[in-house]
Design a protein around this ligand. Structure first.
Ligand code: DMJ
Length: 444
């Protein structure tokens, strides 16, 4: 299939007026507090709030304070100082990783390790760094596979591992957190293990430079050869770029540059009437396997913009916004050739907001503020509940679902806020956001 990059297509329409930025940042903070108060009232001390039944949920039967840790740096960035101090004290006094439970290395790394490190940097509270180091130590056994790529699960008490069938997102989205931990504790082992995992994933790319969707970390063999930028691969690419930027790692720079060339060659698809999208292709032949794109893929304009490719970033962001506007809120996935929804849920995902923020930062084009205003109004209209926020079972029917994942605090509200605010002392160009939107500063 020949791919022609066409950058002009039907203009995005903004039905609502240009926003006053300052008023919107206060509204975002209010909505954050609305959801946070719901969590505190019904789920305090637990991982997540179930917003419809107003009960709590712990991922592994015992709480790891997923929501408080994921939320803390957002409170700090928003200037919610009392709330942040109370939450920080609670975490420092109550969070313990000495638990006989198997946890998913990827999720724990991006949410908890990333959250603790970021909040440590923002507050200087050494107790948070100590927690991060304890967690890092307990996660380290995941890397003891024959290839160096991590197992998916580890028991925090025994160090036993399981889950040899993994994917590039889980094997390659660790270096920002483990690398930062290495720098802050002067223990290079954390950097070396996570870097090796990333490199070993990259080394197994196909002859045309793509990675697949599922890999066995013991044999190093691919189990699924479908390639894309969606879930199970997405943040692997993000971390190649960001690890270069955060650590100045020249291997990551080279791996990013080679990878993005293949992604643009085989996964991008642009037509005059449809605009730019990224679909699926077989990692070995480059043959198109699916023309789907979704809420998770909407992170890619941010990555493209960060890499300097504003041309593609703007085009893809316009496509993401078309996806959002189809039903007034984005579906998990659609077919971009037919514009039919193929997976109708919305779990409060942040990626499209993140990309809007990056594009506004780099272009200062007010159309991205207007876009953000539309996203925020729809988000509130369809997802707000009496006492919190809820996912949607279907963006078509707008029926709600009883989940509110911690990333709504870590990412969705944070990116909305940063789009509309200029927090004192917060400088986009001095931080790298991990994939859970925890800002990390290069202090070493
Ligand atoms: C988050 O946990 C992270 O952004 C991850 O990289 C992808 N999925 C969710 C948000 O949608």
């Amino acid at each position: 299939m020949s791919l022609v990059l066409v950058l002009s297509f039907a203009p995005v329409s903004y039905s609502r007026t240009q926003p006053a930025r300052e008023k919107l940042d206060a509204q975002v903070r209010d909505e954050f507090m609305h959801a946070w108060n719901g969590y505190k009232k019904y789920a305090w001390g637990h991982d997540d709030l179930r917003p419809l039944t107003k009960t709590h949920h712990d991922w592994y039967g015992q709480s790891l304070l997923m929501t408080p840790v994921d939320s803390l740096d957002t409170m700090i960035v928003m200037g919610l100082n009392d709330e942040a101090n109370t939450t920080r004290e609670y975490i420092a006094k109550n969070l313990s990783f000495d638990k006989d439970i198997y946890v998913q290395n990827f999720e724990i790394t991006i949410r908890l390790l990333g959250g603790l490190l970021s909040s440590y940097q923002l507050t200087g509270d050494k107790r948070l760094l100590d927690l991060a180091e304890d967690l890092g130590n307990r996660l380290l056994p995941v890397f003891d596979s024959p290839t160096g790529m991590p197992y998916r699960f580890v028991n925090l008490k025994t160090g036993k591992v399981r889950g040899a069938e993994s994917n590039p997102a889980e094997t390659g989205t660790l270096l920002i957190e483990f690398g930062t931990l290495a720098k802050l504790t002067n223990r290079p082992i954390f950097y070396e293990k996570a870097k090796r995992a990333l490199v070993e994933t990259y080394k197994r790319r196909s002859d045309i430079g793509l990675v697949g969707e599922k890999i066995n970390v013991e044999t190093g063999k691919w189990l699924v050869s479908d390639s894309h930028i969606s879930g199970a691969i997405d943040s692997y690419y993000e971390y190649l770029l960001k690890s270069w930027l955060l650590f100045g790692d020249q291997d990551c720079k080279r791996m990013w540059r080679e990878s993005i060339a293949s992604v643009n060659k085989y996964l991008a698809e642009a037509q005059v009437d449809r605009g730019l999208w990224y679909g699926h292709a077989d990692m070995n032949s480059g043959t198109r396997t699916a023309t789907t794109f979704g809420a998770l893929d909407a992170f890619f304009p941010a990555v493209l913009a960060l890499s300097g490719d504003l041309r593609r970033a703007k085009s893809l962001q316009a496509s993401s916004f078309r996806m959002w506007q189809l039903h007034g809120i984005e579906p998990e996935e659609l077919n971009f050739r037919t514009m039919e929804v193929t997976s109708a849920g919305y779990v409060l995902r942040p990626e499209i907001v993140e990309s809007t923020y990056y594009l506004y930062h780099y272009t200062r084009d007010p159309k991205y503020l207007a876009m953000g205003k539309v996203l925020f109004a729809d988000f509130v209209r369809y997802c707000k509940t009496e006492e919190a926020y809820a996912s949607l079972k279907s963006v078509v029917t707008k029926e709600k679902r009883d989940t509110m994942q911690s990333f709504v605090f870590a990412e969705t509200f944070k990116y909305f806020y940063l789009l509309f605010a200029t927090p004192a002392g917060f400088n986009f160009d001095q931080v790298v956001f991990n994939t859970e939107a925890h800002p990390i500063r290069k202090t070493w």
